[in-house]
Design a protein around this ligand. Structure first.
Ligand code: BGC
Length: 255
C-alpha cells in the first residue's frame, strides 16, 4: 500500500474533492484527521467509509479559519497516530462576484477559508515536522485559477493566486528541512462547488465544450493524484503546481 500508516490531516474532508481524498488515501492505508463544524455526526458517515476503505479516521470540531483550530487538528494527529506525515489544505469556497460586486464580508470569508487556513496550516504542519525531525509534505488543493483569471469569481482567484505563492515560497524556505510543499490545480470538477453550472444543462454544455477531454473531472481523479503525491513516489517535487484540468487552460475556440 502506498500510504501505509501515514498520518494525514485533510481540511474540508467532508465533501467534494476532500471526501474522495480521504477515501482514496484510506484505501492505501492512511490514518486521517478531518474537521467538522459543530456537529460530530457530520463526520460519522465519512469515518465509516474511511474505515471500510481500510484506514482509520477521527473527526475534530474545528473552524479552519481560526489558527488555533488548525493547530488542534494537527495536535489530534499527533495524539491519535503519534505523528503527522501529510497535511492537505483542501477546504475551499467561492463567492461568485466580480470586483465591482464583491463585499468586505464576502472577500474576508473567501480569503479566510481558502488562503488563511492554508497559510497557518502550512506553518503548524512545518513546525510539527521540524519537532518530529522527519520530512513532511504539505499539499494545497489550489485551482487552475491560481494562475488563470475567472471573471466574476475574483476573490477566489486572488486567494488561489496567494496559494500559488504560498507553495513557491514556503517550499523554498522549508526545503533544507526536507519539507515539501506542492499545489494541485484542478480544473472543473463535479463537486458541490460547481452545482450552479452542473444543474444548468445549457451552462454545462458550454463548460464541457471548453474542456478538451469534453467533461468535468470526477473527484476521484483528483484524489488519485493526491495519493501519488503523498506516496514516496514523488519525493523530488516541491514549490510547484500539478495541474489536473482535462486541458481546459490550453483549450482554444478552434477558429
Ligand atoms: C472553480 C470552478 C471552475 C473551475 C474551472 C475551479 O477552481 O472552483 O468554479 O469551474 O475551477 O474553471
Amino acid at each position: 500500500m502506498l500510504l501505509e500508516g501515514k498520518a494525514m490531516v485533510v481540511t474540508g474532508g467532508n465533501s467534494g474533492i476532500g471526501e474522495q481524498i480521504c477515501i482514496a488515501a484510506a484505501a492505501e492505508g492512511a490514518n486521517i484527521v478531518i474537521d467538522y463544524v459543530a456537529h460530530p455526526e457530520a463526520t460519522n458517515a465519512l469515518i465509516e467509509k474511511i474505515e471500510q476503505a481500510g484506514g482509520k479516521a477521527v473527526g475534530v470540531e474545528a473552524d479552519i479559519t481560526k489558527a488555533a483550530d488548525l493547530q488542534k487538528m494537527i495536535q489530534t494527529a499527533v495524539d491519535t497516530y503519534g505523528r503527522l506525515d501529510v497535511l492537505v489544505n483542501n477546504a475551499g469556497i467561492e463567492d461568485r462576484k466580480s470586483l465591482l460586486e464583491e463585499t468586505e464580508e464576502g472577500y474576508e470569508k473567501v480569503m479566510a477559508v481558502n488562503m488563511k487556513s492554508a497559510f497557518f496550516g502550512t506553518q503548524f504542519a512545518a513546525k510539527q515536522f521540524i519537532a518530529q525531525n522527519t520530512p513532511g509534505l504539505i499539499l494545497n488543493i489550489s485551482s487552475v485559477h491560481e494562475d488563470w483569471p475567472m471573471p466574476g469569481n475574483i476573490a477566489y482567484c486572488v486567494a488561489k493566486g496567494g496559494m500559488r505563492m504560498l507553495a513557491r515560497t514556503a517550499g523554498v524556505e522549508l526545503g533544507d528541512k526536507g519539507i515539501r510543499v506542492v499545489n494541485i490545480a484542478p480544473g472543473a470538477v463535479d463537486t458541490p462547488i460547481n452545482t450552479s453550472t452542473t444543474s444548468n444543462p445549457e451552462q454545462l454544455k458550454k463548460l464541457d465544450a471548453a474542456i478538451p477531454l469534453g467533461r468535468l473531472a470526477k473527484p476521484s481523479e483528483i484524489a488519485d493524484v493526491v495519493v501519488f503525491l503523498a506516496s514516496g513516489k514523488a519525493s523530488y517535487m516541491t514549490s510547484t503546481t500539478v495541474t489536473i484540468d482535462g486541458g481546459i487552460t490550453q483549450g482554444s475556440v478552434g477558429l
